[in-house]
Design a protein around this ligand. Structure first.
Ligand code: EZ4
Ligand code: CO
Length: 400
């Protein structure tokens, strides 16, 4: 058996997605997600011009060897563009293997470790009232874990809060100005006092700081949130400096999560080995695919670190399919982020996974149980889009 064609499909059904499709001489094909939000075409070019020509003619059964060939053979290792490209090929190969063997991926990965993977959804609002109303709706819909985000007083825009106005020039990043650390730090404990009171004791509450604090500020926030018993505090600081988490750990027992931007195990090696975090947020699409994430999970398991993979809407339904299989099979997965995709994505992607009563289920179709409709994808051409950038009140560039 060999790969006869390898395509990159870039489409924008509500937002941009980059999808790899591998075809074989046996008529079986596989798909993988390569979306890197705001830098989509770099991955598409990496795949089209450099990686995919190396995959054509190979036996798709040899997943590990193809992974190693793409990783080591490039000489230039790691990085989000390279690893998203490798991930897409890897997932498509696992999809083909499952279809050839007539087996869903969760079965190939060792069978079920749980009956369903708990997901967390997002309660987000511009006011506390609006946020608590969403929290109540999601709780009523059966979610067991909910991330709570709300605009702090005095700010008019904030990450993950719906925009109040559109960018002045859609070709440029939307500038989110006026980030005020002290207003945010004063506000968040009040928000969680209200959220815990409204939600009761059983619901898991999460919060994402989105890389905005210094280590000592993060330690202070974590300490003041302890009484509200968060499931986790995410991305409290930018994580290029893994040792920074030692400072946070010295000050708080609030569980810490980080890693949605990590690409390989080397990005979290110190965090895991020193047990500086409780949850690792790496995803299949940005973490080198199923093959690399299996190694990451096994390494984390030794140190009692659990996984809570990234699952924002910029991770396509194909990544969510891969996650559904990986999560149910992997012993140390604790929770999976889940954000609904734009409605038009259903016209381009078909998939078997589902969220039922707050749990993610992979379905029983052979392989991934997900596919792309190439004709439908053509109706949604790529649209240039950027992530916002953040500025402090005095105009200094901040972290987003
Ligand atoms: O900002 O997916 O936890 N989720 C997040 C996301 C990320 C986006 C970046 O593309 O922080 O909303
Ligand atoms: Co996040």
């Amino acid at each position: 058996m060999h790969v006869t064609a390898a395509k990159v499909i870039v489409s924008s059904p509500g937002r941009n997605y980059v999808t790899v499709k591998l075809e074989t001489d046996q008529g079986v094909h596989g798909v993988g997600d390569a979306t890197l939000n705001g830098r989509e075409l770099a991955v598409a070019a990496y795949l089209e011009k450099h990686a995919l020509p190396l995959v054509i003619g190979r036996d798709p059964a040899d997943i590990e060897d193809i992974w190693q060939m793409l990783y080591k053979g490039a000489y230039w290792r790691r990085g989000p563009v390279t690893m998203a490209a490798i991930a897409a090929v890897d997932v498509a190969l696992w999809d083909i293997k499952g279809k050839v063997l007539g087996t869903p991926l969760w079965d190939l990965l060792g069978g079920r470790s749980r009956t369903g993977t708990m997901v967390y959804s997002h309660a987000t609002g511009r006011t506390v009232g609006e946020t608590l109303a969403k929290l109540a709706d999601l709780q009523a819909a059966g979610y067991k874990a909910i991330r709570v985000q709300c605009l702090a007083p005095g700010m008019d825009e904030m990450y993950s809060i719906p925009r109040s106005k559109e960018p002045p020039d859609p070709r440029l990043p939307f500038v989110e100005s006026g980030w005020d650390t002290s207003a945010y730090l004063r506000f968040v404990p009040k928000l969680f006092a209200s959220a815990r009171e409204a939600a009761g004791d059983d619901l898991h509450l999460l919060h994402d700081v989105h890389h905005r604090l210094t280590p000592i500020e993060a330690g202070d926030l974590g300490r003041r949130l302890e009484e509200f018993r968060l499931f986790w505090l995410e991305d409290a600081v930018p994580a290029e400096l893994q040792a920074a988490f030692r400072i946070i750990r010295q000050h708080t027992t609030t569980p810490l999560a980080v890693g949605e931007v990590f690409n390989t195990v080397y990005d979290c090696e110190q965090l895991v080995r020193e047990q500086l975090i409780d949850y690792l947020r790496m995803s299949i699409v940005h973490g080198g695919g199923i093959s690399h994430m299996r190694k990451v999970a096994a390494f984390a398991e030794i140190y009692r670190v659990r996984l809570g993979p990234h699952g924002a809407a910029d991770l396509s339904p194909v990544t969510m399919a891969a996650a559904a299989h990986f999560d149910i099979a992997t012993h140390n997965v604790a929770v999976q982020e889940y954000a609904p995709h734009p409605e038009q994505a259903r016209e381009v992607f078909s998939y078997q996974w589902s969220v039922e009563d707050g749990y993610l289920q992979p379905g029983n179709a052979p392989g991934l149980g997900a596919d792309i409709d190439e004709q439908a994808a053509k109706r949604f051409p790529y649209e240039r889009d950027y992530l916002p950038v953040s500025r402090l009140a005095d105009g200094t560039m901040g972290s987003w």
